[in-house]
Design a protein around this ligand. Structure first.
Ligand SMILES: Cc1cc2nc3c(=O)[nH]c(=O)nc-3n(C[C@H](O)[C@H](O)[C@H](O)COP(=O)(O)OP(=O)(O)OC[C@H]3O[C@@H](n4cnc5c(N)ncnc54)[C@H](O)[C@@H]3O)c2cc1C
Length: 441
């Protein structure tokens, strides 16, 4: 029997949820039901798996079990970049990958983007949920400029569209005089992450059923099928897709292989758009992997800026308000440096959220035992990677040997991490050194 020893907690309210009207969560499971497939977790991985399964067989009875409320987990609290190009968060340089690996990543990420845009077309979602506007990579130092040029050269070699911007060019977009150069890449899809995942969740109809506030407490094999138990109900299912990212470890799976790193964001109160020149909607990732993400979003009450920065390691899969506050102090410094004209604009929301990385940046994917499939370990880029993993897990669970399944089966297994306390000491030291190296970026 696999028994959960820990459940997710989402304490700080993310700005993305804060900006949306209240939503009525789907009822919790309080009955004994049967399903063809049970999915644990309603984030990018879980809901993409459900979507793909129902495309492959619309008659499949799918039960999705979510511990919390859709949108309040990491999927609804990220910066909203569904990136289509190589972007290894744990790398030294986003461009340090071979062309063969880059093409594999592009295939995965564009399949993920196709799933999202296909749903947007089917349900008529607007740009307030999903916007194919592309993204910028931005530098504020000579080192950052060098990284941008190296990355642009790789894109050139891959035949991928991009445009290099000098300091004036990127200032015309961001209104910030701090940036020394920028690189525009048109293929990234930007989502309002909480609005997106709510829209996906609310699109499901019978025979796909989502149960919120329904943490899976245990699951076990019984007479050829799986029995999953929640506090008030149970599901008898032919197959399980485990889509709960780092919490796979809470069931004793991938033990010693998942690195629990949290990252943080702050979102400003609305300000008069006339106070900041440039475009009203843009999104920029840092030239250096450990740097600062910035996004400007327009709204009826004014524009807001989001700052995402700071990584911290937490073996126990939990953070507290102190961690969010301490990241917030760093966000304020980064905000003031980039937007000195907005100094009296305060941050309205601050939050943090978990990611699950592996030492060799591979997913925790595959059929763990007959009928139990995993689509976990987002490696910091879950909007693309977990969506792709969910699609591939759905196809594998249907017995398909599709190109997506082949790519995922081609990954090596996650490497074992060093034992504690060496792991905590090493992870914290590594993050500190890399953040220090990224400097003001
Ligand atoms: C501030 C921040 C900014 C980020 N920005 C980006 C970005 O711009 N682009 C990007 O690609 N990535 C970004 N990320 C990372 C991204 O959010 C994650 O990679 C992504 O959410 C992983 O998706 P997932 O579906 O694998 O896991 P999750 O989103 O973690 O979903 C797993 C779900 O499983 C549920 N669960 C866990 N245990 C159980 C249980 N026992 N029973 C039932 N349900 C359970 C959880 O409640 C959760 O809803 C960011 C993360 C943060 C925190």
């Amino acid at each position: 029997m696999y028994k959960a020893r820990k459940f997710p907690r989402n304490d700080s309210l993310s700005g993305w949820v804060g900006l949306l009207p209240a939503r009525q969560p789907r009822p919790a499971l309080n009955d004994n039901i049967n399903a063809d497939v049970a999915i644990i977790g309603a984030g990018f991985a879980g809901l993409s798996a459900a979507r793909r399964l129902s495309q492959l067989d619309p008659t499949l009875r799918i039960a999705i079990l979510e511990a919390g409320v859709v949108g309040e987990g990491a999927t609804g609290r990220n910066s909203g970049f569904v990136i289509d190009l190589p972007h290894e968060v744990s790398s030294q340089d986003f461009g340090d990958t071979s062309n063969e690996r880059a093409r594999r990543d592009i295939t995965l990420y564009r399949t993920a983007i196709a799933l999202a845009t296909d749903m947007a077309g089917q349900y008529g979602w607007g740009r307030e949920i999903l916007d194919p506007c592309g993204r910028y990579s931005v530098a504020i130092s000579h080192k950052g400029d060098t990284h941008i040029n190296t990355y642009a050269r790789q894109l050139q070699g891959l035949g991928e569209a991009h445009e290099i911007l000098d300091a004036k060019g990127i200032q015309a977009v961001t209104g910030s005089a701090l940036y020394t150069s920028g690189l525009y890449m048109p293929g990234t899809l930007m989502v309002q992450p909480a609005a997106y995942i709510r829209a996906v969740a609310d699109s499901f109809q019978a025979p796909v059923t989502l149960y919120e506030n329904s943490a899976v407490k245990s699951f076990e094999k019984q007479a050829g099928s799986w029995l999953l138990k929640t506090a008030k109900g149970a599901v008898q299912a032919g197959r399980i897709i485990l889509a709960n990212n780092g919490h796979a470890q809470s069931f004793g799976l991938f033990r010693g292989q998942l690195l629990h790193v949290f990252t943080y964001a702050s979102m400003s109160e609305p300000f008069d758009p006339k106070r900041l020149a440039g475009k009203r909607d843009w999104a920029a990732t840092p030239a250096l992997p450990m740097g600062t993400t910035v996004r400007r979003v327009s709204g009826a009450d004014g524009d807001r800026l989001l700052i995402r920065s700071r990584y911290s390691y937490h073996a126990g899969l939990e953070i507290n308000e102190g961690h969010v506050r301490s990241a917030g102090r760093i966000h304020d410094i980064k905000f003031a440096a980039r937007f000195p004209g907005l100094l009296n604009v305060k941050m309205q929301y601050r939050w943090g959220g978990p990611m699950a990385l592996t030492l060799n940046s591979v997913p925790a994917f595959g059929e763990i035992e007959p009928g139990l499939f995993a689509a976990c370990a987002c490696n910091g880029l879950g909007a693309s990677k977990s969506t792709a993993a969910g699609i591939a897990a759905a196809e594998a669970a249907m017995g398909l040997n599709s190109p997506m399944v082949e790519i995922f089966r081609g990954y090596e297994a996650p490497k074992n991490l060093p034992p504690q306390p060496f792991l905590s000491i090493g992870a914290k030291a590594n993050l500190s050194v890399r953040e220090w190296r990224a400097g003001a970026e």
